[in-house]
Design a protein around this ligand. Structure first.
Ligand code: GRG
Length: 272
């Protein structure tokens, strides 16, 4: 079964929620709103928001309860991609099968698109009814995105010369640059479901394993990161172990975790 088919219900709900909360072009000035929609809509696997919805169900909730944090996480992810593609960072001309945001709209607008998406992600959390959930999600998601999370990982990546890379440094970069936002995705699903601490911890550990597995698979696909220091065969075994641990962490949740464990398996299938 294909990912797009298996998660069709989630993907449609994510797209509808993004479309609803992203600003429309009629707002002034139109070009920034057009560029924001360009950077987010029609593209990407939506791995992080799908993970949030699956974690919410695994924790006993209805996936619709988690749509707002799910979309917030996708906005942060999209903002990081827009900035990451800029000439002063990765200088990537293509993203999600189309010209990068700065190629299409120019660098100044792309910088503002990244800024806007980051701010908007936190704004939409105000739409939730429970102040306690808002507080917990703000804590989790802002920590994951900031200098103790994704931005910290990106900074370490930029600041480490290739010849000075070691496995511990790469572990830091991977678990922060990519891992923290993926961990925040499972934890946010647990928060949205109102899960007890024990379940939240299980989902946290599951998310940490999936985050590191995700970056390791990405490295195998891009021939980057870990492939500089480890044999592909070793990385593949590490990914299989991480996926097995991720699934084991949530086994006690039973069949309500099926969509979550299937996501772990889809990740494994993506591995070259
Ligand atoms: C503006 C919030 C903000 C951050 C700026 C540039 C930067 C700091 C951080 C970069 C973080 C980064 C690009 C991490 C790599 C994450 C990664 C593996 C991206 C690929 O994700 P996929 O495969 O992409 O999920 P799609 O397109 O499917 O969503």
């Amino acid at each position: 079964l294909k990912y797009e088919i298996y998660y069709q219900e989630y993907l449609e709900a994510i797209e509808a929620t993004l479309t609803e909360y992203l600003p429309v072009q009629v707002n002034h000035p139109p070009v920034i709103h057009e560029a924001i929609r360009y950077a987010v809509l029609q593209g990407g696997k939506r791995f992080r928001p799908v993970l949030t919805l699956a974690a919410c169900e695994a924790a006993g909730g209805d996936f619709r309860q988690a749509l707002i944090p799910a979309v917030a996480l996708e906005m942060i992810h999209a903002s990081s991609l827009v900035h990451d593609d800029l000439p002063s960072l990765d200088n990537d001309l293509m993203r999600r099968g189309k010209p990068s945001c700065h190629v299409q709209f120019g660098e100044p607008i792309a910088i503002l698109v990244g800024d806007s998406l980051l701010v908007m992600a936190f704004h939409i959390l105000t739409k939730l009814d429970s102040p306690q959930q808002v507080q917990e999600l703000l804590d989790e998601i802002s920590t994951a995105a900031g200098t103790y999370g994704m931005i910290g990982g990106q900074a370490a990546d930029l600041l480490t010369p290739r010849e000075e890379l070691t496995i511990p440094i790469l572990d830091y970069i991977s678990t922060h640059k990519t891992g923290k936002l993926i961990k925040a995705s499972t934890v946010s699903g647990a928060i949205a479901a109102g899960a007890p601490q024990k379940v939240r911890n299980q989902l946290l550990k599951c998310g940490e394993c999936l985050g590191l597995a995700f970056q390791s698979v990405d490295d195998l696909l891009d021939k980057d990161g870990y492939t500089r220091l480890m044999k592909d065969k070793e990385i593949r075994q590490k990914v299989r172990d991480l996926i097995a641990t991720a699934k084991r962490e949530v086994r006690s949740l039973g069949s309500q975790a099926d969509k979550l464990t299937a996501l772990a398996d889809f990740l494994l299938k993506r591995m070259p």
